[in-house]
Design a binder for this molecule. Structure first.
Ligand code: T3D
Length: 258
């Protein structure tokens, strides 16, 4: 059975973490397969949104700890450098919207992969745990970059040091994730959002992501200087023409993604 399931539906590339017996924790094979699936999504123009979720009762319990301590397993440094960092770099630099559907517990690297996505939606039974401190590690997979920017330094520090379990509702209330859905409606609601994004002006959404990424480190002047040249290719796109004409003609636009 493949550790990553991949399919395409209505312009959405669907990546499902699939090691449910170990709560979809990552081993080397799964990490490399995830990188490959993200590359496929990046390179296929028919894919205009990416949806990441987990099989079974969990989203992802982070690193497979049995593999991490196995004598013949990958070295710790290689796990971070070759498994997780390339996943996060892809998630942040692929200029297409990436939706994460957190269907259950997300712990360790699993939590931080979920939080690195553009729009994170969770089921009410889902939770987030910065589990690293409980086993003597530091938060990786961009957690120390992402979490304080999402929820502020105090809360991020407390969650990372104490390793508290954060419920989906709590995560939504403090701005850590976009939305919570009931377990019954979660799968449909998350896919509806992903499918909607796949019908939108992909070029403009990708450039929006580029600008938002830069805003994490730019000052106002740098950000204004970036927005101006990014608006030019957006304004020259088919989808801009389509959007404006559809507005003026009071009809629904048909965006093609560029
Ligand atoms: O070298 C490095 O490690 C560097 C990389 C670091 C990145 C990281 O992600 S470090 C953080 C690693 N993850 C964790 O520490 C989380 C470990 N898991 C848990 O704390 C709990 O499993 C959960 C809180 C996530 C869920 O708890 P619960 O009670 O719902 O489930 P469970 O009974 O603990 O787990 C179910 C099964 O999954 C169980 O196997 P069994 O007993 O049925 O055969 C358990 O051993 C297995 N499992 C859960 N998480 C992992 C795992 N197996 C391997 N690795 C895991 N991370």
């Amino acid at each position: 059975m493949s550790s990553i399931l991949f399919s395409i539906k209505d312009g959405v590339g669907i990546i499902t973490l699939n090691r449910p017996d170990v709560l979809n924790s990552f081993n080397k094979e799964m990490a490399l397969a995830m990188q490959h699936a993200l590359d496929t999504c990046a390179n296929d123009n028919s894919i205009r949104c990416i949806f990441i979720t987990g099989a079974g009762r969990a989203f992802c319990a982070g690193q497979d700890l049995a593999e991490a301590i196995a004598a013949d397993g990958p070295a710790l440094q290689s796990i971070v450098k070759d498994h997780y960092n390339p996943i996060i770099e892809r998630i942040r630099t692929i200029e297409k919207p990436i939706v994460c559907g957190v269907n259950g517990v997300a712990a360790g690297a699993g939590a931080n992969i979920a939080l690195a996505c553009d729009i994170t939606i969770a089921a009410t039974n889902a939770s987030f745990i910065q589990a690293f401190s409980k086993i003597g590690l530091i938060p990786d997979s961009s957690g120390t970059f992402t979490l304080p920017r999402l929820i502020g330094m105090q809360r991020a520090t407390a969650y990372m040091m104490l390793g508290d379990k954060i419920s989906a509702e709590q995560a939504q209330q403090i701005g850590m994730i976009y939305k919570v859905c009931t377990a019954e409606t979660f799968a449909d609601e998350a896919m509806t959002i992903a499918t909607q994004l796949a019908t939108m002006p992909t070029l403009a959404l990708g450039l929006t992501k580029r600008a938002l990424n830069a805003s994490l480190t730019n000052n106002l002047q740098q950000q204004l200087a970036l927005e101006e040249p990014l608006q030019t290719p957006a304004g020259k796109s088919h989808d801009y023409n389509e959007g404006v004409n559809a507005f003026l003609e009071k009809k629904s636009p048909l965006f093609i993604g560029n």
